[in-house]
Ligand binder design. Structure first.
Ligand code: ADP
Ligand code: MG
Length: 241
């Protein structure tokens, strides 16, 4: 892999929690390299550490040990102020629950974070409208969250995550709250726009069919990340045999 093309790199990330006296080792040495434009599925059963890994990658939580590089920037030692800037300029997030602002319409929900970041209102509006149109919400841009279906709300959340033109999209079971049919539609819309915009993405999902549509599938298993491609189970082999 061309090192200079790496958008996201994790080096030996560990994360331990303490529950009273008991040490819980959630991540036991995660190495990950995503090159520009790669769309990768993060799979693993509930409790395997997907959210923990995404929170650490998204600079929302700190690893116990290990290094994080985003677009070549070493982020592990960044202070809170720099982490906020890196999140704002390089990362987009989609969560299971949309967290849209109830008192604002879809367009405003997508625009507000960009306006707060000091971007030019006319450009923000144009970009936000393009994203919402592209996600099939042309007729819904002036609806508030309560006037939108679950799938539409999640599409707005996706548009909001992409509105700052991030380098890396991190999504944590982005359609986990939706019924299977809506989930498939929203997921495919997400993959479509990610591919069109050339984003690098790490997307946690339980759905193996949807995971299969991504470029690579990585499984979190016993705190280790296992590449699901045949012949790539190096870590697993080292740990289990
Ligand atoms: P997943 O997203 O794959 O369901 P999580 O990353 O949410 O998994 O959780 C992984 C493990 O870490 C679980 O056992 C969970 O209980 C534990 N965990 C997560 N966050 C904390 C925390 N802040 N304190 C203690 N344990 C935690
Ligand atoms: Mg989770």
């Amino acid at each position: 892999m061309n090192k200079s093309n790496l958008t996201l790199e994790l080096q030996n990330i560990t994360k331990h929690y303490y529950q009273g006296e008991q040490k819980l080792e959630v991540l036991k040495g995660i190495d990950l390299q995503l090159s520009g434009g790669e769309v990768v599925a993060l799979i693993g059963p509930s409790g395997s550490g997907k959210s923990t890994l995404l929170q650490i990658t998204g600079l929302l939580d700190k690893p116990t040990k290990g290094k994080i590089f985003i677009d070549g920037n070493e982020c592990s030692t960044a202070d809170d102020k720099l982490r906020t800037v890196l999140r704002r300029d390089y990362l987009g997030f989609v969560y299971q629950y949309h967290n849209l602002l109830a008192d604002f319409d879809a367009l405003e929900n997508v625009m507000i974070p960009q306006l707060i970041a000091g971007k030019k209102p006319s450009e923000v509006k144009e970009k936000s409208e393009w994203l919402l149109n592209r996600l099939g919400l042309k007729e819904r841009i002036h609806h508030r969250p309560a006037e939108l279906s679950g799938g539409e709300q999640q599409r707005v959340a996706i548009a909001r995550a992409l509105s700052n033109t991030p380098k890396v999209l991190l999504a944590d079971e982005p359609t986990g709250n939706l019924d299977p049919h809506t989930s498939d539609n929203v997921f495919l819309a997400l993959l479509d726009i990610v591919k069109e915009t050339g984003l690098t993405a790490l997307i946690a999902t339980h759905n193996l069919d949807l995971a299969g549509k991504m470029d690579r599938q990585l499984q979190l298993k016993d705190g280790i990340l296992v590449d699901m491609r045949p012949g790539k189970r190096i870590k697993e082999a080292k740990n289990f045999y």
